[in-house]
Design a protein around this ligand. Structure first.
Ligand SMILES: *Cc1c(COP(=O)(O)O)cnc(C)c1O
Ligand code: SF4
Length: 344
């Protein structure tokens, strides 16, 4: 019997290690139609104030695995709300822009965002496995930042020539949307630059498609001197299912540090108990809470905003529930500052 027909139980971590890489299939199998998504959830379009217009500006995209974690018949499901194009996105209050973080001003070479002195972001992939409605990069000119392997030499030269940089952060889009051969190649090039001490991977892909953490990924990630730090992006405890727990276990067992960042989102996670539940679930998965971000004022996301005072109130309540090591740092990105700004 060929190995691929051997039935390994769904929740067996061996499945993640031994199966052919199937994350690519899951990636191409994402739901991109509002009607299809609502149908899967037994919801009727008239129940919800959806907007097909906003979906033409920033497409609906959500993996089946993530949909399976949503509650059927619940228009207010906290996972659904992160992906469903809503009419509220058409509002454009003052102060909300297409580039709220001034990233295009810090784009010294294609694929690079260099804002903070010792660390630099690499836009490794323009694509994501999921389109989050609140995303601050929803208007980023990714096409101008697309590049071939040969063009990466300019990017690598920039890193080599800037000896102040000691950490490279794979970002996007989602860096894990590209294949492991390329990631392994890029990592080897960066590891050749002596002043780089650390590699960080900012990704949501293993959250929404846990099979992304497979043998090919672990192979390059564990064979570099840079020992990647994986920073996941999980906003709600309901996002953590058994498969994600197994995937993070693989990362931890491989010796990688796993952190999480969350965006504080109105109607999704803007209360202390919800955030405390998330921290507890992260702890069960060996993931350390890192940042709790205030929303960046990007056009189309104003209905998710939690104002600073409310955020602080929620944060103090959270601090009274969880131990200090499960308390993320409440942070905001203010353009022009040398780092993220901590709020307390
Ligand atoms: C958030 C961010 C970083 C990383 O900041 P840390 O505080 O080290 O996590 C680096 N560069 C840019 C442009 C960022 O937005
Ligand atoms: S960059 Fe992150 S937050 Fe933005 S759409 Fe992609 S996965 Fe979501």
């Amino acid at each position: 019997m060929p190995a691929s027909t051997v039935k390994i139980p769904h929740h067996n971590p061996l499945r993640l290690l031994n199966a052919e890489p199937n994350w690519k299939n899951e990636l191409s199998d994402c739901v991109t139609s509002i009607d299809e998504l609502l149908k899967k959830l037994d919801l009727c379009p008239t129940q919800i104030n959806i907007s097909h217009q906003t979906a033409t500006q920033f497409a609906l995209k959500v993996p089946q695995s993530f949909i399976a974690r949503m509650e059927k018949g619940s228009p207010n499901d906290p996972l659904l709300k992160q992906v469903l194009p809503m009419a509220e996105e058409l509002a454009s209050p003052i102060g909300y822009s297409q580039d709220p973080l001034d990233e295009t001003d810090h784009n010294p070479a294609p694929g690079i965002i260099h804002k903070y002195r010792h660390r630099l972001l690499l836009i490794v992939s323009p694509a994501c496995a999921i389109n989050c409605r609140y995303c601050f990069r929803r208007h980023f000119p990714y096409l101008e930042n697309r590049q071939s392997k040969s063009q990466w030499s300019k990017t690598l030269d920039y890193i080599s020539n800037n000896k102040d940089i000691n950490e490279v952060i794979f970002s996007g889009g989602d860096p894990l949307a590209v294949n492991d051969n390329f990631l392994g190649w890029l990592t080897a090039q960066i590891a050749n630059i002596q002043h780089i001490k650390r590699l960080r991977i900012h990704t949501r892909l293993p959250v929404v498609i846990p099979s992304r953490i497979d043998r090919q990924f672990l192979q390059w990630a564990t064979s570099t001197r840079l020992r990647p730090i994986v920073v996941l992006h999980i906003n709600h405890a309901n996002e953590i299912n058994t498969e994600l727990k197994h995937a993070t276990q693989l990362l931890v067992d491989a010796g990688l540090k796993v952190l999480n960042q969350t965006v504080l989102l109105k109607g999704i996670n803007d209360d202390a108990n919800t955030l405390a539940n998330l921290s507890e679930r992260l702890f069960e998965c060996n993931i350390t809470p890192y940042y709790l971000h205030l929303l960046d004022p990007v056009q189309g996301a104003s209905h998710f905003d939690v104002d600073r005072n409310t955020a602080l109130k929620i944060y103090r309540q959270l601090q009274a529930i969880v131990p200090g090591f499960l308390l993320p740092k409440l942070a905001q990105e203010i353009p022009g500052e040398p780092s993220k700004t901590l709020i307390n």
